[in-house]
Design a protein around this ligand. Structure first.
Ligand SMILES: Cc1ncc(COP(=O)(O)O)c(C=O)c1O
Length: 416
């Protein structure tokens, strides 16, 4: 067996393969440059007087198949806009996955709603409908469904539960641009959906986001007011109808977004095809388990993730990742990290508003969760056994074969 790079052997990759961090791994070219130049030459960098934000919103709504799309400054801002639209009472509850970006939870807490964490399904590490149903209380207002790594969650079951209990569903599509669920595009299934265009996403505007819905005005509010200071700009004069932040996307971001969006279908297709080639390279290993994709669904592989059967290995997951990194594989252990979200200080120590501990300490809160290691056992185990590789559409089939060889080399060395 070849000596591992971590033990002083030659690494499989002596030069890096394309990464989300630089030009080699991003599909950014003349179209984006021309659009940015157009904005600069126009002298109008703000959405209020410009044309690109409106165009990006229209193009995006058409592609997803929804009536309304509102561009925001980030994915977190998009989710916060959705929460402001929903307008929960302080202490209302929102069910969330422990395996998602903190950007799914910050908006809940910022809106003084209580995030209630429920465990995931080991099949795909998406939020488990059975756990959702068990967590519903009279104060449950919404469910945020993250389609993790780009694979659609069990939306039929989740929508049935939501309809039965009259609960709002927000799809978090930050990692699932153009994923398909039983013939429908994710983002057009729930009541609302949010997207991120941060650097690592399928398309990027640096930072940026989009919130989409078919239900604009359901709560008597236009979605745009919820990210624009509550200011109805379609009326003369100045007015501020309710508390709302300024989460504008700039014309520069939107110009890049318009150009990026045209490339999205190809980007998604390439990411999936090359990732499936890598699947075939490693799925025979006894200690490797690929994450599941539900029947009649198309995943879009934001990141490339697989799970280790630690009982079959002589070392912990962290050592496997250290050895893979030494071979030149751009990877990390566990998503969002080696513990689920609720164990980060913001939530565990309730570091929110001064020393108040709000919203967790508000009067009338029904669900009091202990943010310790026993809250979501499946998510806890996933964080210690899942290897996550950064993935991009610029990784070639040849790169994928070598990545597969590096994974086989490392794991083969550590299989018992
Ligand atoms: C699932 C998920 N939700 C929310 C976010 C937040 O998006 P942003 O980083 O653009 O604020 C991200 C991205 O990082 C994400 O992956």
């Amino acid at each position: 067996m070849d000596k591992l790079a971590v033990d002083g052997g030659a690494p499989v990759f002596s030069a890096p393969y394309p990464s989300i961090r630089n030009a080699a791994g991003r599909t950014i070219g003349a179209e984006e440059m021309a659009a940015v130049a157009d904005v600069m030459n126009s002298g109008c960098l703000a959405y209020i007087y410009g044309k690109y934000v409106g165009q990006f919103e229209e193009d995006f709504a058409r592609l997803i198949g929804v009536k309304t799309a509102v561009a925001t400054s980030s994915g977190t801002a998009a989710l916060h806009t959705a929460l402001i639209y929903l307008n929960p009472e302080p202490g209302d509850e929102v069910i969330v996955s422990p395996l998602t970006d903190m950007g799914s939870v910050i908006p809940v807490v910022s809106q003084l709603a209580v995030p209630v964490f429920v465990d995931v399904d080991p099949f795909d590490q998406n939020i488990d409908p059975k756990a959702i149903e068990a967590a519903i209380t009279p104060r449950t207002k919404a469910i945020i469904v993250t389609h993790l790594f780009g694979a659609p969650a069990d939306m039929d079951a989740i929508m049935a539960i939501a309809r039965k209990h009259d609960i709002f569903v927000i799809e978090d599509c930050a990692q699932a641009h153009l994923a398909r669920y039983k013939g429908r595009t994710t983002g057009a299934i729930g009541d609302m959906a949010c997207y991120s265009f941060q650097q690592s996403k399928h398309i990027t505007t640096g930072d940026g986001g989009m919130v989409v819905t078919n239900q604009d005005g359901k709560f008597g509010r236009a979605l745009r007011l919820c990210m624009d200071k509550g200011w109805p700009r379609d009326r003369p004069g100045r007015d501020h109808l309710f508390l709302a932040p300024n989460y504008h996307m700039t014309e520069l971001q939107a110009a890049v977004g318009v150009a990026q969006l045209r490339k999205l279908p190809d980007v998604v297709e390439t990411r999936r095809r090359v990732a499936q080639l890598l699947d075939a390279e490693i799925n025979q290993m006894p200690s490797v388990r690929l994450l599941g994709v539900r029947p009649n669904c198309e995943e879009v592989r934001w990141a490339y993730a697989f799970t280790l059967d630690l009982a079959r290995l002589t070392v912990p997951g962290a050592k496997v990742v250290e050895a893979l990194r030494a071979e030149g594989i751009d990877c990390f252990l566990g998503y969002p990290g080696q513990v689920p979200l609720y164990r980060y200080p913001m939530l565990k120590d309730r570091l929110t508003f001064g020393s108040s501990g709000w919203p967790f300490t508000l009067p009338g809160v029904l669900t009091q969760q202990d943010f310790g290691a026993s809250l979501c056992p499946i998510a806890e185990a996933a964080c210690l056994s899942t290897v996550v590789l950064w993935w991009t559409e610029r990784i070639t089939e040849a790169d994928a074969r070598r990545i597969g060889a590096a994974i086989r080399k490392v794991i083969g060395n550590y299989e018992a």
